[in-house]
Design a protein around this ligand. Sequence first.
Ligand code: AMP
Ligand code: MG
Length: 314
Amino acid sequence: MPMTTEMLEPDPQGYARAVALLSQGNLVAFPTETVYGLGGDACNDVAVARIFDAKGRPRFNPLIVHVPSIEEAKSLVHWSDAADILASAFWPGPLTLVLPLKEGHGLSPLVTAELESLAIRLPANPVAQTLLRAFGGPVAAPSANPSGKISPTTAAHVAQGLDGRIAGILDGGACDVGLESTIIGLTDTPTLLRPGGLPAEAAAHALGAPLAAHIGDGTLTAPGQMASHYAPGAAMRLNAEERRSGEVLLGFGAVECDLNLSAAGDLVEAAAALFGHLHKLDNSGAQIIAVSPIPETGLGLAINDRLRRAAAPR
Ligand code: AMP
Ligand code: MG
């Protein structure tokens, strides 16, 4: 359903409106020094589901969470000496660190795509910083463009791609770097996961050792790695029209079931509930989780991708 996208100025009124929208689970694009981010409350399942919906992402890949301070980062992830060195040298700035998640972090499971690590960043752009401080909580923000399109470096680019699909755009002018953040994994040996705005050599120099190269497609979302996170203990039966004996049914739409992703058949609501419901049914000791058919449109693509991985032989 198209909505009116509000253009917000970086003045007290604009920040207040942006914070109100974020607090209600709506999406606000905002400038960072790298590219414009599509921000949503990282603790709100529906807000995070809306990010995937607005971008038309066919898969739930993990998102970078933006925080206004190192203290806030430390409340979400296990800090380390390497994190300290890199954050002291390059935060705020175009550097994302991947660190082990802390217990009780409170983030939506959609943010990390169920990984036990979190990609986190403290951006330098003053508009981003003011917004994050005013909001007072972690903000999930991938680049503010439709999936597969070029990353936006002005508010006008964001509007071109996402007008009518997001609640607001905070116009902070053009981004300085225009390249995505450099991502360094610190869950193990420091590893370059994605080259970006901060030269990898600078990070290596600060650490006093070269970064390991990431083997794969530049992300940690390589299918094998995700598959293990995505496997419930129960067997899965997809496109189930009914509940057979010995099964629990994860429903969608107007069906009699054990848990419903969305009785109204709303894909955003379903995506928001997906990980939590799967865990609940799996923890209930069910042997087989049957799942109602989910339409292969919009967020249904990402939901079905997730379900097929869960159902894959292992
Ligand atoms: P984007 O959403 O376009 O800003 O890209 C986010 C990037 O961060 C992707 O390459 C993700 O694979 C990567 N990423 C996010 N969270 C994690 C994580 N927990 N571990 C490894 N990589 C991550
Ligand atoms: Mg992107």
